[in-house]
Design a protein around this ligand. Structure first.
Ligand code: ADP
Length: 167
């Protein structure tokens, strides 16, 4: 039976840290479904469709990978796809408590579904989508933290500069 893993997340936007985790997971699982979670924030940075498009372009050529999105409970989505594993990335200790709570909650709902934590390369330990969004908003050098297609996409997006209202 093929091992199918789901890698859920906001990916708002996808960073080099996410790509690192995807690449590591390819060595462990037959199929990896990268799944954009919807409805987490009412004011997302990028619309879900754009996140899916960017993820699809970044994972082009990775034959084991499929990109999709989902709403509702992760465990239900995993059952529908017959996935046995949920992949999550662990950075600093700060991720641990929330991730442990999520993993144990999911296990309570479905004991068959295992959560596997992967550590990124050390250079991505302090990297988050939030950091990229902030750098982008402030006109800082965000490019080195994201794949080129994402950098390109963000460069084209208009920035709202607060406190600069001529009215
Ligand atoms: P969520 O809102 O579900 O946390 P994210 O897109 O922020 O979505 O993250 C998705 C997953 O990727 C989480 O498990 C997160 O810990 C992991 N992740 C995010 N950034 C990194 C990184 N730099 N290195 C390793 N894992 C990461």
């Amino acid at each position: 039976m093929p091992t199918i893993a789901i890698y859920p997340g906001s990916f708002d936007p996808i960073t080099n840290g996410h790509v690192d985790i995807i690449q590591r997971s390819l060595k462990l699982f037959d199929r990896v479904i990268v799944a954009v979670t919807q409805n987490i924030s009412k004011h997302p940075f990028l619309p879900v469709a754009e996140r899916i498009l960017l993820l699809s372009r970044i994972t082009e050529g990775m034959e084991q990978v499929r990109v999709t999105s989902f709403t509702g409970l992760l465990v239900n989505f995993a059952r529908r796809l017959e996935a046995q594993v949920v992949i999550r990335g662990l950075r600093a200790v700060s991720d641990f408590e929330f991730e442990l709570q999520m993993a144990l909650t999911n296990r309570n709902i479905d004991p068959e579904l295992e959560t596997v934590f992967l550590m990124p390369s050390g250079r991505f330990i302090f990297l988050s989508s939030g950091l990229v969004r902030e750098l982008w908003q402030l006109g800082g050098p965000f490019e080195k933290y994201v794949p080129e297609v994402v950098a390109d996409h963000l460069r084209r997006m208009p920035r709202v500069v607060e406190g600069n209202d001529p009215g």
